[in-house]
Design a protein around this ligand. Structure first.
Ligand code: ZN
Length: 192
């Protein structure tokens, strides 16, 4: 299963005509095809199962300390305007007998991000997928993102970040919540 490339090509040509462009001029001739291929990639998350990604790499563990994966970059499209929003995700969980391969968390984030999204929903879906599959004691997810639908149009709030968080299980407890926010806000040396 994949996106309907031909349909996207037809629609793109219609948009070009609608804005007063000439879809047959040299620069635009191949644009409908390119747009279709771009959407195939940008929306590939509809054809993948994020929970399967996690399920593939579950390991028994006695670790019960917080595991944190910071600064996962993502690119998504807002479902209200089909314009990009992008930023960084921080994910943490406290295992309960099981851990998940660390590289699977960014891959799972990508599956959810490559769909039409709203930031709050993306945040919750990531937290809930980890709760469902890894069954940890708790999960925390924070996303900071820039929205092109806010910066290029409408209110034009340039470079403003939108933050959202989802806390599950024992991450709702004050002490753990505090540890989580301290860890994701701690300065990183060398990497930036
Ligand atoms: Zn939007």
């Amino acid at each position: 299963m994949s996106v309907d490339l031909e349909k996207i090509e037809v629609a793109t040509k219609m948009i070009l005509e609608a804005i007063g462009e000439n879809p047959n001029r040299d620069g635009l001739k191949k644009t409908p095809k390119r747009v279709a291929k771009a959407f195939e990639e940008i929306c590939s998350g509809y054809f993948k199962n994020p929970k399967e990604v996690l399920n593939d790499a579950l390991f028994e563990s006695t670790n019960n300390e917080m595991v944190v994966v910071r600064n996962i970059e993502f690119y998504s499209m807002c479902e209200h305007h089909i314009l990009p929003f992008f930023g960084r995700v921080h994910v943490a969980y406290i295992p309960d007998k099981k851990v998940v391969g660390l590289s699977k968390i960014p891959r799972m984030v990508e599956v959810f991000a490559r769909r039409l999204q709203i930031q709050e929903q993306l945040t919750e879906q990531i937290a809930d997928a980890i709760m469902d599959v890894v069954k940890p004691k708790g999960v925390g997810v924070v996303i900071h993102a820039r929205h092109m639908c806010m910066e290029m149009r409408g209110v034009k709030t340039k470079h403003s970040y939108t933050s959202s968080s989802a806390l599950r299980g024992n991450f709702l407890e004050d002490k753990i919540k505090e540890e989580f926010f301290n860890l994701i806000n701690a300065p990183t040396q060398n990497h930036f």
